[in-house]
Design a protein around this ligand. Structure first.
Ligand code: AMP
Length: 191
């Protein structure tokens, strides 16, 4: 099963991703992680200049990394895309890439958390973890970028009929139960 996991920064996507890959036994493709791993190369330094400001790394760089990883044999039967796609261009490129492999996005999971709730969480974390103003500003910028560039892909997947929206409020266990219900429903339908 190929799953796309969509959600704003701070919604708890990291925690839920870990549970989901364990539940399904599929690899975790986090483009944020993969980009951080390239930080010692010149591409990686260029990526870091975007990441440090809360901006998106250019599509081409992200797509190159994803294509290379998708060619690995462990991705042959599915994977969880975490933090990817983040633009409609990336979503279209992913569709093409999977189609070339005789596959498709089976489920796009949107983890929905109210924006004000996220801003409150950021403010709270900033106090508890004693983060500096730069970090807080970057988090706020990431939220703005999510709303303008990434949220539109929800409509893209709604149009394909493969979108499931899950309420991200509640304990990690409660949220995971909602996710599991959606995955089970689609998994059964997919065969
Ligand atoms: P994440 O770990 O998913 O929160 O990603 C951290 C940062 O990496 C983001 O704020 C972006 O700067 C960059 N990044 C991760 N995934 C993508 C992507 N699919 N497209 C563009 N930039 C990305």
């Amino acid at each position: 099963m190929y799953i796309v996991f969509i959600g704003p920064p701070g919604a708890g996507k990291g925690t839920q991703s870990r549970r989901l890959i364990q539940y399904l036994g599929i690899p975790h493709l986090s483009t944020g992680e993969m980009l951080r791993q390239t930080k010692h190369s010149s591409d990686g330094r260029s990526a870091a200049s975007f990441m440090d400001r809360g901006r998106l790394v250019p599509d081409q760089m992200v797509l190159d990394i994803v294509r290379t990883r998708l060619a690995d044999p462990d991705c042959g039967r599915g994977c969880l895309f975490d933090g990817f796609p983040r633009t409609t261009e990336q979503a279209k490129a992913l569709d093409q890439e999977l189609q070339d492999r005789g596959a498709k996005v089976d489920l796009a999971l949107e983890l929905r958390v109210d924006e004000q709730e996220l801003l409150d969480r950021i403010a709270k974390r900033a106090t508890v973890e004693n983060r500096d103003d730069d970090e807080v500003a970057t988090l706020q910028e990431r939220l703005r970028v999510y709303a303008s560039q990434t949220a539109p892909i929800v409509n893209y997947y709604r149009a394909t009929g493969n979108l499931a929206t899950v309420n991200g409020l509640g304990s990690p266990e409660e949220v995971f139960e909602r996710i599991r219900a959606e995955v089970d429903a689609r998994g059964r339908r997919a065969g």
